[in-house]
Design a protein around this ligand. Sequence first.
Ligand code: PLP
Length: 352
Amino acid sequence: MRNWENNIRRVCPYVPGEQPKDRGIIKLNTNENPYPPAKGIMKALMDYNADNLRLYPDPSSYELVKALAERYGVKSSQIFVGVGSDDVISMAFMTFFNSDKPIIFPDITYSFYDVWAEVYKIPYETKPLDENFKINENDYLCDNGGIIFPNPNAPTGVYEDLDKIEKILKANPDVIVMVDEAYIDFGGASCIPLLKKYDNLLVIQTFSKSRSLAGARIGFAVGNERLIKFLNDVKFSVNSYTMNSLTQKIGIEAVKDERYYKETTNRIIKTRERAKKKLIKLGFEFPDSKSNFIFASHPNKPASEIFYELKMRKIYVRYWDKPRINNYLRITIGTDEEMNMLFEALEEILKK
Ligand SMILES: *Cc1c(COP(=O)(O)O)cnc(C)c1O
């Protein structure tokens, strides 16, 4: 080993789901939306004047922030936007988790949280979900340096009531509590209304799932304006021009088309409910999901085998060889046609 290697920030990086190059794959592995983005986006792309690219983008994303503030009934000063919610959460970790006490999050959760904690050298502890993959709120009543969890949780899809979240908020007035609502648009109630009562709450959402824009990279946080100011101070100390001007335009179109967003999220919810019935018929077991995926396990066949067999049939789902969840598959809800092909394949695989 060379001496300079002693002073390197070493991390074990987050591993995103596979993005296969070949066509004809039924892609149910990264919770993307199977429907195209809002129509206005195509028009915005066509109308975009390439000469704009000569100039730096608006570093505050003023128009996009304004559209979001109107949509969510808050002030512009309460919105922070970033390049995907991964960027927003990463900035929020850097800004708000600076205590010597450990931050806490569930043992089974979005696998980026421990990576950010490691890269920013933030001490952390995980709290086990119960046997139904539910959060035990009493685990979060201890002394800590901050809290984060997704609602609904990933990769379980399990939704927690606002009562439980409020209990956690009430018990932790001295730290920042972040609720990652990446999947809230698929049937859960957002805790944005709780911002009126709790100035230490930060709610994070994304355009990647419910607004079909994973490739555009747009995420945002809603919080008390002091929190948002601190977040912007850190962002402007790292990189001012994160979101490009074209993406800002696209984002505004997506927020404006409320009807299309409702229509597609409702369609996904409908397909999800049908998928639940079908999976039960096939013998699968899963916690109830309020997201755009189902986290399922089969008593007769190991998840790793089903995963492999599906892949052979060009159907990709997500599998983790990790404690407690290594017999589960996370299946993204696709179109009805895609789901029918999945069910057919599963029937065949389970018969063998
Ligand atoms: C998908 C996801 C995100 C990140 O999404 P972006 O594409 O970066 O906006 C954040 N949290 C959870 C729990 C997710 O599943």
